[in-house]
Design a protein around this ligand. Structure first.
Ligand SMILES: [Zn+2]
Length: 360
């Protein structure tokens, strides 16, 4: 995979060296080279709504694109609003990539409209919603009014925390890149294969992927609920240090969360979703609500509360003082804190932190 850092040489430095040498022929040659490299090196400008999308996109494009995320990873994605700087960035973009399922509903349409950039409007080839092919969880079955809180009508949009969905996201992005920029088709295809291999090995372990000869086969068995049986019958197991292996000892463990944003992650790794500290999505917990949770969580045997760094710790601390539950504060998007500079590191960090808390 190509690195996305820096150009192979610095034009300014080259010019300086040639100027110092007062070599006219070289100077002319340099300008010709600079002109040629400018034509060829103009990177594709991609704007993503989140840092996770930026990270995955960068792994697919390498140096071919300049990828920018509108959000930094440190904000609550439910509370985002449009900013003038978003519009400036959107004006230049060749491609816009979003999570969808209404995660960006509060600000996307205003940014797109004000950018007046036809390439990235909804419906244009430069606009990509990566939720295609994702199986949404939490799709409301009845009409939900405002009293239900901040409910997402098309299902829970925090789906990037399931590695399978990370794989689908990468596939969707690579496919669209190949259509939009066919001259780089081979690079995107190669990088997608590398991404999928890396993800599959982190999920199931290098040994298992090598033995089964295909990560895709492992995912298919996972979706069908046949993986356990297959591993048992063939005397195989996931490596202890891969995501699946690291969390396997805690199967069905009840985990409480602050917001329902961890749903896909807990679902994929077979945890029991014991409940949220928020009484309704987007509504901060009251003392009365928290006290009612103490009994429920005790009954279910909850030992861990998982929450993002941008929420107040007060509620979790109250529960912790009442029932000795552990609090795991962990970013669930790229750059949301330390040790999560890319999609893989963000998942690594989450798996290790939760695994450590449950192991004690
Ligand atoms: Zn949400």
């Amino acid at each position: 995979m190509q690195s996305h850092h820096g150009a192979p040489y610095s034009p300014c430095l080259t010019f300086y060296i040639m100027y110092k040498g007062k070599n006219m022929k070289n100077t002319i040659l340099f300008f010709i080279l600079l002109a040629v490299s400018c034509i060829h090196a103009a990177p594709i400008r991609i704007l993503t709504t989140t840092t996770d999308l930026k990270s995955i996109t960068q792994m697919l494009t390498g140096d071919l694109a300049e990828v920018t995320s509108l959000t930094t990873g440190k904000e609550d994605p439910h509370d985002l609003t449009s900013r003038p700087s978003f519009v400036v960035k959107a004006r230049q973009a060749d491609m816009w990539i979003r999570i969808g399922l209404e995660l960006e509903i509060g600000w996307e349409s205003a940014v797109l409209r004000d950018s007046r950039n036809r390439r990235i409007q909804v419906g244009a080839p430069g606009h990509l919603d990566v939720s295609q092919g994702i199986e949404p969880l939490d799709v409301p079955t009845s009409n939900t009014g405002r009293e239900a809180g901040d409910v997402h009508p098309h299902g829970n949009p925090h789906y990037w925390l399931d590695p399978l969905n990370g794989r689908i996201i990468a596939h969707n992005i690579a496919t669209r890149l190949m259509t939009l920029f066919p001259e780089h088709k081979e690079t995107f295809a190669t990088n997608l294969i590398l991404f999928e291999k890396k993800l599959d090995e982190r999920m199931f372990g290098k040994n298992l992927v090598a033995k089964v000869e295909s990560g895709e086969k492992l995912w298919l068995m996972t979706i069908r609920g046949e993986l356990d049986k297959y591993l048992q019958n063939n005397n195989l197991k996931a490596d202890d240090d891969c995501w699946l292996g690291r969390l396997a000892p805690f199967r069905n463990a009840p985990v409480a969360t602050y917001n329902r944003s961890w749903l896909y992650f807990l679902h994929r790794f077979n945890f029991q979703l014991a409940g949220e500290l928020e009484p309704k999505p987007g509504i901060p917990p009251s003392a009365k609500h928290l006290l009612s949770l103490v009994d429920t969580f005790k009954q279910k045997g909850v030992r861990v509360i998982l929450q993002e760094p941008f929420y107040s710790l007060k509620a979790a601390q109250l529960l912790s003082s009442r029932m000795g539950v552990k609090i795991v504060v962990c970013p669930n998007c790229v750059n949301g804190g330390d040790d999560c500079e890319d999609y893989f590191k963000m998942m690594d960090n989450l798996v290790v932190k939760l695994g450590d808390a449950l192991a004690k």
